[in-house]
Ligand binder design. Structure first.
Ligand code: CA
Length: 224
């Protein structure tokens, strides 16, 4: 899951980013409306956290612009108490939820995961291949009924492979989806994590599901 924070208060943006990274999400930040608009239009995010008052381009215009272009990413708007009227305007223009500053991080987290779940609910609720199951809402994965103990990054990679079942994903695709913008592409790290993931998912005696496609990347499939 990849989240974009568009917020000009640097410390707030940094704190939200750190908190969400600890939850296993990949997070990018933009400090003004124009940069945020560019990133939201060009990168595949699962959620945007959008501040209302921003330099260069305000949150309401930005939100309306994205919706007009048919971009349906869930948007959580942040507003100050004095901006109540704008909040209503924001929701009319296509924001999915709003939160009034100052807020507790636990509240922000609850809203974010509710929006991410809503997004998933319209797709596959549980992802499967053979006897491997991954439940994005519960954040759990099982092989033959046994819970797999995965790190947040391993879980993200497994979820990404399963969402692309039977298709080859490249190391770059994995890196772009699982890490954020500033991550220096170390394809070696992808191989290391695929290695640890394999040990947990494809144990001895189990059918092999994670395949290496030499020279290209990886795929998860029941077939070879
Ligand atoms: Ca602001």
């Amino acid at each position: 899951m990849r989240v974009l924070i568009i917020e000009d208060e640097k410390d707030l943006a940094k704190n939200i980013k750190r908190g969400l990274q600890e939850e296993g999400l990949a997070v990018d930040t933009a400090l003004d409306g124009e940069e945020g608009k560019f990133m939201a239009e060009t990168e595949p995010y699962d959620l945007v956290i959008l501040d209302l008052m921003l330099p260069k381009l305000d949150g309401i215009t930005l939100c309306g612009g994205l919706r007009k272009k048919g971009i349906k990413i869930p948007i959580l708007m942040l507003t100050a108490k004095t901006e109540l009227e704008n909040k209503v305007e924001g929701l009319n223009l296509g924001a999915d939820d709003y939160l009034t500053k100052p807020f507790a991080f636990s509240e922000l987290k609850a809203r974010i995961f509710a929006l991410l779940r809503r997004g998933n609910a319209t797709e596959l609720p549980v992802l499967k291949v053979d006897n491997l199951r991954l439940d994005p809402q519960k954040h759990e994965a099982y092989r033959a009924g046994d819970t797999l103990k995965l790190t947040p990054k391993e879980f993200s990679i497994l979820e990404f492979l399963l969402r692309n079942k039977d298709k080859v994903v490249t190391r770059t695709m994995i890196t772009e989806h699982v890490w954020d913008y500033n991550f220096e592409s170390l394809s070696n790290l992808v191989d290391v994590l695929i290695g640890t993931l394999r040990k947990k998912v494809d144990k001895k005696g189990q059918k092999k599901l994670i395949h290496t496609v030499y020279g290209i990347g990886f795929k998860i499939s029941e077939d070879l």
